[in-house]
Design a protein. Structure first.
Ligand code: AMP
Ligand code: MG
Length: 390
């Protein structure tokens, strides 16, 4: 049995990054950059008007003759003298001879001339060339997550392909004779299998869209055989259930017989103690407890950071939030507690119903309150650290 922080450390040390690949920017949402990106152009590529209005060379004059128009997309470099202005629109090219744009709302205009009622400061409403980024400057460093905004920015620079880390292929192996797939009528003694759907959904929140689910009965031979082929095909294997000490828990033995190297087994925590972590070649194996709340807790604490590490994220742990606790929490277990909790702007409430079998509380929680093994009490009103969950 090991401590939580040691388990986190071992997982981090063993979850090496995936190989990289070239990908179209339009398909790169949720991937992480494997190398920095350099801008091929200045953005904006030319001096742009930020307003619909009039461009002119700033002076003490308020009256200007209108001698032309610059619409978005035009590029006529009209030479303005000190008494001249042009009609201009948002995003349009500002001629070299103009330095300022006055917005149309601040102007009295007739067909041929304008009178500026509210004089803007020099250089107002002109976006300088390269204001967002200069040619050859770094757009993004390696290990940046590709978000919708990042895709927009890359597209605006004309970048169509980038180098990213591949996403790990993940399989879930579900064990348990008592499990039935939902959609059928529940038989006596059985329960609906829920961990696979839950873990798939949790994986989706960190960018793993597709997960393959396999199922076996509580049987050593079948578990061993299933694992043997799964281990060859996937980067990460999550096993659900069968990792405890019951007479029908065969997962650990099946893993060891498949030459999975044990990196740790059992963690000094509640819930989620019976967990195995191991590796075979580059494949990581997390054998998670079958109890649904334990399974999901360990997903957030151990699996998610490992997946993110493989995906190339620089920050693999979610930032913790700190809140005032609404009630006293005692910990006489000597274990790290992960308590389902709900926080708001100022406080956190630990929810009633912390059993490892119960998802009803988890489903309305927005965080896990972490009570380290050496903390015996959190007093009411004390500041505590929480892991937000989606
Ligand atoms: P185990 O870890 O296999 O001993 O299972 C612990 C508890 O979790 C038992 O009550 C199981 O019925 C339940 N359980 C195991 N696997 C699942 C699953 N995939 N979906 C829902 N409950 C499960
Ligand atoms: Mg079981």
């Amino acid at each position: 049995m090991i401590e939580v922080n040691k388990a986190i450390e071992i997982i981090e040390a063993n979850s090496t990054k995936m190989p990289t690949k070239h990908i179209e920017v339009s398909k790169a949402l949720g991937y992480v950059l494997a190398e920095k990106v350099i801008s091929p152009i200045d953005m904006p590529p030319f001096r742009q008007s930020a307003m619909d209005g009039y461009a002119f060379a700033h002076s003490i004059r308020h009256q200007y003759d209108i001698v032309g128009t610059s619409q978005a997309g035009d590029h006529s470099n009209i030479k303005l003298n000190t008494t001249e202005a042009i009609r201009i629109f948002t995003g349009a090219f500002v001629p070299d001879s103009a330095d300022t744009v006055v917005m149309q709302e601040h102007v009295m205009a007739n067909k041929d001339s304008i009178l500026i009622a509210e004089m803007p400061e020099k250089f107002s409403n002109v976006r300088p060339k390269g204001e967002q980024i200069a040619k050859d400057a770094v757009v993004f460093e390696a290990n940046t997550l590709i978000t919708p905004a990042a895709i927009g920015f890359l597209a605006s620079l004309g970048i169509t392909e980038i180098e990213v880390y591949k996403k790990p292929k993940v399989a879930i192996l579900v064990t348990g004779n008592e499990l039935m797939q939902s959609g059928k009528k529940l038989k006596k003694g059985k329960i609906f299998e829920s961990n696979s759907m839950m873990l798939e959904a949790a994986l989706q929140t960190i960018g793993i869209e597709k997960t393959k689910v396999y199922r076996v009965k509580d049987n050593l031979k079948a578990t061993k055989k299933a694992l043997s082929s799964i281990l060859k095909k996937y980067d990460i294997v999550l096993v659900s259930g069968g990792i405890s000490v019951g007479d029908y828990d065969f997962v650990k033995e099946a893993l060891l017989q498949n030459d999975v190297k044990e990196l740790f087994y059992k963690i000094n925590q509640k819930p989620g103690k019976p967990m195995f972590f191991g590796s075979k070649n580059e494949t990581l194996v997390f054998a998670l407890p079958g109890n649904p709340a334990s399974s999901l807790t360990n997903f957030y604490i151990y699996v998610a950071p490992a997946v993110k590490n493989k995906m190339g994220f620089s920050e693999i742990h979610k930032p913790k939030v700190v809140r005032k606790i609404n009630s006293e929490i005692k910990n006489d277990t000597g274990k790290t507690l992960f308590l389902k909790a709900k926080y708001d702007e100022t406080n956190v409430t630990v929810l009633t119903g912390q059993s490892s079998a119960m998802l009803n509380t988890f489903a309305i929680a927005n965080s896990l309150l972490i009570v380290p093994e050496d903390v015996e009490v959190y007093k009411k009103g004390q500041l505590v650290s929480l892991l937000p969950i989606d």
